[in-house]
Design a protein around this ligand. Structure first.
Ligand code: UD1
Ligand code: CA
Length: 455
C-alpha cells in the first residue's frame, strides 16, 4: 500500500508574535517545517503534501524541492478541512499519515510504529500521557480501544481529567478517510471542521482505532509560542549531542553546545563549552575545539586545535593546524597541514601551504601563501583598490617582516625576505631582502621645542 504524508502548515501562529510564519521559525538552524519534511522523507513516502495557508507563499518558497505537493487551504476552517484540501490529489488506495508542521521533534521511528504496528485498514492515532493535558484533545477509550477524541473546548469535567492526549499524528486508509472528511460538521465549540472527529466516525463504521502511545512527551510537543520554541531547541540539542557522545565525541558540557546543521566528527574529538556549529561542519580525528567558537560550513583536519574565540566560515584546514585564539577564517580560507594562525588574524579566499605561520594581527585576502612562510605581525595584503580585488602571491619559505603592506597584485619570490615596515608595491625577487621604507636618520644637536616662559 502506498503512503501519502499530509503535513498541516496552514496555521497563522499568532502566539509567536512574529512576522515570520510559524513553520518557518528556526529550530536548530532549520525551519520547523523542514524537520517535519525530514521525518516524512525518512519514511520514504511516495507522496508528501504540505497544506499551506493564505499568505503562506513564503513557506512554499522556502522549500523549492520539486518532490513536494503543495495544497492551498484558502480559509482556515480547521484541521479536518485542511486534510480535505489535500485529498483530491491523493492517489487512491494509499494510506494517509497526517503530521503537523508545528510538531518538529517527531522521530521517523515513532511514525513507523504507527504505520507498522497497526493493520493497514485500521485507524491509528499517536497519543501520549501528558504531564499537563490542558489545551490538547483528550483520548477517550472504551475497552482499551480509542472510541473518540474530544477537544479541550468541548470536553466535559470528567473528560478534562483524562491525561492521555492526541498528538495530532494520525494514520488512516485514504479512501475511507475521504468519506469521513466529507461527512465532517462544525457543530462544536470552535465552529471548525475537526480532523479528530474522524475517529468517532471510524468507530461508528466498525473500523478499529488504535491508540499508539509515544514514550516521550517532548518528542510530540507542539510549538505555539517562543517559550515552547526555546524548550524544543534545548530538547533537540540534547538529542543531537547525545547521538554524538554515543559515537565517541567528548563534550565539556552537553548543555553548552549548539548544532545548527550537521556536525560530523572523527574519533576522539573534544568540544569545550559554548561552541556553535552551523551548516555542514566536519571535524577530523582528535580535533579539539576550545571554548567560545563559532564554526560554520567548515572542515578541520585531524589533530587541529581551534583555540578560544574564533569565527570560522567556509574554511578548511589540513592536519595538525592551530587556529586562534581570536582568529577569523572567512570563506575560501584553505589551510594545508601544520599551519598556525594566531590572534587577530583574518584570512579570506586564500590558500596557505604546509607549515606556514601567520601568528598575529594580520589580514590575508585573495592570496596564495607558500609553504614554511612566516608572516610577521601586522602584515596586510592590500587586495582592494576601491574597484577590483587583486591577488598576492608569496613563495615558499619567504619571510615577511612585521607591519608590511603588500599592495596587490604583487608577488614575493621564494625565500625572499621583506623588511619590517615595508610597503611593497612591486614584485620582490626570490632569495633577496627587499626593504621599502624611509631610511632612518638621527639629527645631532636637535633641541626639543620648549614652551615660552618655562625655564
Ligand atoms: C490539534 C488537535 C488536538 C491535538 C493538538 C496537538 C484537532 C481538532 N485538534 O489541536 O486534538 O491535541 O492539535 O497539538 O485537530 N492547521 C491547518 N489548517 C487549519 C487549522 C490548523 O493547517 O485550518 C494546522 C496548524 O497549522 C497546525 C495544526 O494544523 O500545524 C494543528 O492546528 P492547531 O490549531 O494548532 O490545533 P490544536 O488546537 O493545537
Ligand atoms: Ca497546536
Amino acid at each position: 500500500m502506498g503512503l501519502t504524508v499530509i503535513i498541516l502548515a496552514a496555521g497563522q501562529g499568532t502566539r509567536m508574535r512574529s512576522a515570520t510564519p510559524k513553520v518557518l521559525q528556526a529550530l536548530a538552524g532549520r525551519p520547523l517545517l523542514g524537520h517535519v519534511l525530514d521525518c516524512a522523507a525518512a519514511l520514504a513516502a511516495d507522496d508528501v503534501c504540505v497544506v499551506y495557508g493564505h499568505g503562506g507563499e513564503a513557506v512554499r518558497a522556502a522549500f523549492p524541492e520539486a518532490a513536494l505537493r503543495w495544497t492551498l487551504q484558502a480559509e482556515r476552517l480547521g484541521t479536518g478541512d485542511a486534510v480535505r484540501q489535500a485529498m483530491p490529489e491523493t492517489p487512491g488506495g494509499n494510506r494517509v499519515l497526517v503530521l503537523f508542521g508545528d510538531v518538529p521533534l517527531l522521530r521517523p521511528a515513532t511514525c513507523r510504529r504507527l504505520i507498522d504496528e497497526t493493520p493497514e485498514g485500521d485507524v491509528a492515532v499517536l497519543t501520549v500521557d501528558a504531564e499537563d493535558p490542558a489545551g490538547y484533545g483528550r483520548i477517550i477509550r472504551r475497552d482499551g480501544r480509542v472510541s473518540r477524541i474530544v477537544e479541550q473546548e468541548d470536553a466535559g469535567p470528567d473528560e478534562l481529567l483524562v491525561r492521555e492526549i492526541n498528538t495530532g499524528v494520525l494514520a488512516c486508509p485514504g479512501d475511507r478517510l475521504r468519506g469521513w472528511l466529507d461527512r465532517l460538521g462544525k457543530d462544536n465549540a470552535q465552529g471548525e471542521y475537526y480532523l479528530t472527529d474522524v475517529v468517532g466516525m471510524a468507530v461508528g463504521d466498525g473500523v478499529a482505532v488504535h491508540g499508539v502511545k509515544a514514550d516521550d512527551e517532548t518528542e510530540v510537543m507542539g510549538i505555539n509560542d517562543r517559550k515552547q520554541l526555546a524548550e524544543a531547541e534545548r530538547a533537540l540539542q540534547a538529542r543531537l549531542v547525545d547521538e554524538l557522545m554515543e559515537q565517541g565525541v567528548g563534550f565539556a558540557d552537553p548543555g553548552r553546545v549548539d548544532i545548527r546543521g550537521t556536525l560530523t566528527c572523527g574519533k576522539d574529538v573534544y568540544v569545550d563549552v559554548n561552541a556553535v556549529f552551523e551548516g555542514d561542519v566536519v571535524l577530523g580525528d582528535g580535533v579539539r575545539v576550545e571554548s567560545n567558537n563559532l564554526v560554520r560550513d567548515s572542515r578541520l583536519g585531524a589533530g587541529t586545535v581551534l583555540h578560544s574565540h574564533c569565527h570560522l566560515e567556509g574554511a578548511t584546514t589540513g592536519e595538525n593546524c592551530e587556529i586562534g585564539p581570536f582568529s577569523r577564517l572567512r570563506p575560501g580560507a584553505e589551510l594545508a597541514s601544520d599551519v598556525k594562525v594566531g590572534n587577530f588574524v583574518e584570512i579570506k579566499k586564500s590558500t596557505v601551504a604546509a607549515g606556514s605561520k601567520v601568528n598575529h594581527l594580520t589580514y590575508v585576502g585573495d592570496a596564495e601563501v607558500g609553504a614554511m612562510v612566516n608572516v610577521g605581525a601586522g602584515t596586510i595584503t592590500c587586495n582592494y583598490d576601491g574597484a577590483d580585488k587583486h591577488r598576492t602571491t608569496i613563495g615558499d619559505r619567504a619571510s615577511i617582516g612585521s607591519n608590511v603592506n603588500l599592495i596587490a597584485p604583487v608577488t614575493v619570490g621564494e625565500g625572499a625576505t621583506i623588511g619590517a615596515g615595508s610597503t611593497i608595491a612591486k614584485d620582490a625577487p626570490a632569495g633577496q631582502l627587499t626593504i621599502a621604507r624611509a631610511r632612518q636618520r638621527s639629527i645631532d644637536g636637535w633641541k626639543r621645542p620648549v614652551k615660552k616662559g618655562t625655564k
